[in-house]
Design a binder for this molecule. Structure first.
Ligand code: DGY
Length: 419
């Protein structure tokens, strides 16, 4: 254990570019939104000021409309595509024009509660609080202007689960981009572990579409050829919103925007049942443009427990399902259920195991009183790290590490949860 702790700390230090941490050098040479938030959880175990700085630098890239971008391009790099020129945003901090699962508020709450230096942490949380509120308001106002209770995502990259089979049908309706490009990811990781060209062609069409419409939220909401209710984003946003309210109380902050967040929490709670499939007994995503559920079991559905969105009956069902899911792979919860026809054990989000997702799922089970399930996920994740170290993701059948190595969020989750 001591050697693993040392290695995890060394991984974060080696990936530190001064105030922010790259997920891994080469493959992802910038600051990613949810990677950074999760990585702060690792930093806090040996350098609290550095953990707060990670969040400060992330929120420094926030747009005026409240969005916290999915990537902040703090400096140039030739090892990643598509870079800032392709995205075309003209903000002070160069960035993409979409967001990512908003786990940052939950991380800030955790960092305040567990801080050794409470006075320092309180000061930091107070100064970041308003930006967190702005970020959540952005999600609700821009991504659910019709008050359905379920925000929409405009891009698979926004989900953080880029090539999940949940997006297949929705993405197939997006045109292909009409210019040639060179992928850089395949210079770092074997193509068998990355998305296909047919997906990249559409990922890039959407990037162009946002730029062409000058990031105009109304036009994009009305015309975006890809609109999905992503259960992962919805759950993480919901949990974050509850954590913002709790933080507001702890900090004694009076802010009428918090009443609005409370209304949104109630709205999502009542709308979530529309994503529950009675036949499959599981939460799915929905293709908003065709109003059809994306009928494939992905680990994102389990995040409803983390959010406290599942009712009593659903909780029991999810617990049984998690145990079966866990048994269907050698280690914890695979990103796509191994019995799905589109499951692929080493292709990015079509099967591999991601530790930060398993941590959130386990926390959900723990909070809901299913301690045994939570413990089993934790011991399986520990076994993966013992076997393969800090890879980006893991093959659920062999435990082999896949994707980028010396990966920040894997090392961070190890420090925070496993060691
Ligand atoms: C990538 O480039 O693979 C990233 O996942 C995009 O966020």
């Amino acid at each position: 254990t001591a050697a693993l702790i040392k290695k995890a700390k060394e991984t974060l230090v080696a990936n530190d570019l001064g105030g922010y941490t790259v997920p891994t050098h080469g493959l992802y040479p910038f600051q990613w939104n949810w990677d950074s938030a999760i990585t702060a959880l690792g930093w806090k175990h040996f350098n609290e000021p550095r953990a707060w700085q990670e969040i400060e630098v992330l929120l420094d890239g926030q747009w005026d409309n409240g969005m916290v971008p999915h990537i902040l391009f703090h400096q140039d790099s030739t090892t990643y595509f598509p870079g800032p020129d392709v995205w075309g945003s003209d903000k002070r901090v160069k960035s993409t024009s979409i967001s990512q699962p908003p786990v940052v508020a939950s991380v800030v709450k955790d960092m305040l509660e567990t801080a050794d230096d409470k006075t320092f942490a309180r000061g930091k949380a107070e100064s970041l609080f308003s930006s967190l509120v702005d970020y959540h308001l952005w999600w609700y106002k821009e991504r659910d202007p019709l008050n359905t209770g379920l925000v929409v995502s405009y891009h698979p990259w926004e989900s953080g689960m880029d090539n999940s089979p949940a997006w297949d049908e929705a993405l197939a309706a997006v045109p292909c981009v009409d210019w040639e490009y060179e992928r850089r990811d395949l210079g770092h990781v074997d193509s068998s572990q990355r998305p296909h060209k047919s997906e990249y062609d559409r990922f890039l069409f959407l990037v162009d579409f946002f730029k062409k419409h000058k990031f105009d939220s109304e036009v994009i909401f009305n015309e975006c050829p890809y609109k999905v209710n992503d259960i992962g984003i919805i759950a993480i946003l919901h949990k974050g919103s509850k954590d913002i309210l709790a933080l507001g109380e702890t900090l004694g902050i009076q802010d009428e925007r918090l009443d609005y967040i409370a209304e949104r929490i109630a709205l999502t709670q009542s709308a979530i049942s529309t994503l529950w499939c009675p036949e499959a007994q599981y939460f799915y995503c929905r293709n908003v443009l065709t109003d059809t559920l994306c009928k494939v079991r992905t680990s994102a559905g389990m995040l409803t427990l983390f959010a406290g969105l599942a009712n009593t009956e659903q909780k029991e069902i999810l617990n049984t399902k998690a145990q079966q899911w866990n048994a269907a792979s050698q280690y914890c919860i695979a990103s796509t259920h191994p019995e799905e026809s589109r499951y692929e054990p080493q292709r990015y989000w079509r099967g591999p195991i991601w530790l930060h997702i398993n941590w959130m799922i386990a926390l959900g089970f723990e909070n809901e009183g299913f301690q045994q399930t939570a413990d089993k996920l934790q011991s399986d994740c520990r076994a993966l790290v013992d076997l393969s170290g800090y890879y980006e993701y893991f093959n659920p059948e062999t435990g082999a590490g896949c994707g980028g190595k010396d990966f920040s969020w894997t090392a961070a989750i190890a420090l925070h949860w496993l060691l």
